[in-house]
Design a protein around this ligand. Structure first.
Ligand code: ZN
Length: 315
């Protein structure tokens, strides 16, 4: 396995991996650093932690962008740490156990015995600081915003904004070089969330997988997500056929099929009025878009000092 660093802004790095083409993040302040996701298994997590120690000796805290295994199964290598995420310990443990079993057998079937063994033996490390709203973390000389966005790629997505450097770590809400993944997604809400996330026009958008890119690349994917959501609605009303949507949609046929299935499931399980982009509870609420020229909402998010390594009982 090989991997390498890319510095997208001074003190803001992306660690790119061969395995699953991940983009893991590191943001340095003067007092501590923030690690964004930890990788697919303990081996990759160890490699990532070692790579971090090759560039900084600052104490770290971690944020999970969501509960998919490839973003948090590497945490064991980081030892004791404050770990932020949207979602409870129980929810992460349940998702982790399920994915550990599923992915280990999938890798075994693919003849990747070593990978299967590493995933199957993962010691799950759930978050210990649940994000219930946008939260600013002071790393010393640099403040980052951890923003839970509710249902989109999953039901627990979090993005990381670095307003002063105009960098957005988007988790799997954006993917570069491959289609976005819809297996656990909410296509209508995802489209609305992606539009909101780009409303402050970040210069750099770091996807969960693939090369970091710029605003204009992300804007094209935002439009594709919007077109996909529109096609899902039109299939639901009968205006276009499923076959037409799959054939003419912005993503490949398999991705379109998965997204259409997810949208249909959502419609069957949710009252019609809430399938669209409306938030379903205050926790899931997407705040109104800021003016394009303003930095995102720093005025009202609680500031947490990164030196506080208690159990996250911030006020
Ligand atoms: Zn994912």
């Amino acid at each position: 396995m090989t991997a390498c660093w890319q510095e997208v802004s001074p003190g803001i790095r992306v660690w790119r991996t061969d395995t699953l083409d991940l983009s893991l993040g590191l943001i340095e302040g003067t007092r501590s650093c923030l690690v964004i996701d930890t990788g697919i298994d303990s081996q990759q997590g160890f490699d990532f932690a070692s790579a971090i120690r090759s560039v900084t000796s600052l104490p770290w805290q971690i944020v999970y962008t969501h509960d998919h295994f490839d973003h948090w199964f590497g945490t064991e290598a980081f030892g004791e740490a404050k770990i932020w995420a949207s979602g409870s310990v129980d929810a992460f443990l349940e998702a982790g156990r399920r994915q550990r079993e599923t992915m280990a057998s999938q890798y075994r079937l693919e003849g990747k015995a070593d990978q299967a063994r590493r995933i199957g033996s993962t010691r799950l490390t759930p978050p210990n600081c649940e994000l219930t709203g946008p939260t600013a973390v002071d790393l010393g000389g640099r403040t980052v915003v951890l923003r839970p966005v509710g249902k989109a790629h999953t039901d627990n997505d979090v993005v990381v904004e670095v307003p002063d450097d105009r960098v957005l770590f988007a988790g799997d809400l954006f993917e570069n070089g491959a289609d976005p993944a819809f297996e656990d997604a909410y296509p209508q809400r995802w489209a609305a969330v992606s539009e909101y996330l780009l409303s402050w026009k970040p210069d750099v958008v770091v996807p969960g997988h693939g090369e970091p890119a710029d605003y204009w690349w992300a804007r094209r994917q935002m439009r594709d997500l919007g077109e996909l959501a529109a096609l899902c609605r039109e299939v639901a009303t009968g205006y276009v056929s499923r076959d037409e949507a799959v054939r003419h949609g912005p993503f490949n046929a398999e991705t379109m099929s998965t997204a259409l299935d997810r949208d249909r499931t959502e419609r069957l399980s949710t009252p019609a009025s809430s399938v669209a982009a409306e938030p379903q509870s205050p926790h899931e609420a997407v705040p109104p878009s800021p003016q394009a020229s303003t930095v995102v909402n720093l005025g009202w998010v609680p500031i947490v000092d990164a030196r506080d390594d208690s159990d996250g009982e911030e006020t």
